[in-house]
Design a protein. Structure first.
Length: 127
């Protein structure tokens, strides 16, 4: 489970950099590194990646708590944690690809990821 926590942390860092990488031809790198504020003229894919990052931040703390509790209580939640992480990766890729312009796909993927968190919590409760 510790490996999954570290992989999730790496995925989060990569996801934080994704909006910058997707706009590198449109926005000078120094604008991303500056602290002077102001809005950046991001590409559409970058804007969608930014939305995915914000969405990831909403469920990341819950995942981390459940993962640490799984280690502490010796509950086998590794497979559910892997599925959650894969679902979050799918969420990011579909967002960048603009698949979410079709109704209910974004919500469906999000709820599948939440389902994995609920199952992890349930396993902790019945342990």
């Amino acid at each position: 489970m510790l490996d999954l926590i570290l992989i999730t942390a790496l995925f989060y860092v990569i996801q934080l950099m994704t909006p910058m990488l997707l706009s590198i031809g449109k926005v000078p790198v120094m604008n991303f590194l500056s602290t002077k504020g102001g809005s950046l003229d991001l590409s559409d894919a970058s804007k969608r990646a930014l939305v995915a990052v914000h969405n990831f931040r909403e469920s990341l703390p819950i995942f981390l708590v459940l993962a640490v509790l799984s280690i502490q209580l010796e509950v086998a939640n590794e497979q559910l944690a892997e599925c959650w992480l894969i679902t979050r990766l799918i969420y990011l890729v579909l967002g960048i690809a603009n698949v979410y312009s079709y109704p209910f796909i974004r919500t469906g993927v999000f709820f599948v990821s939440i389902m994995f968190l609920v199952r992890m919590a349930r396993n902790l409760l019945i342990a």
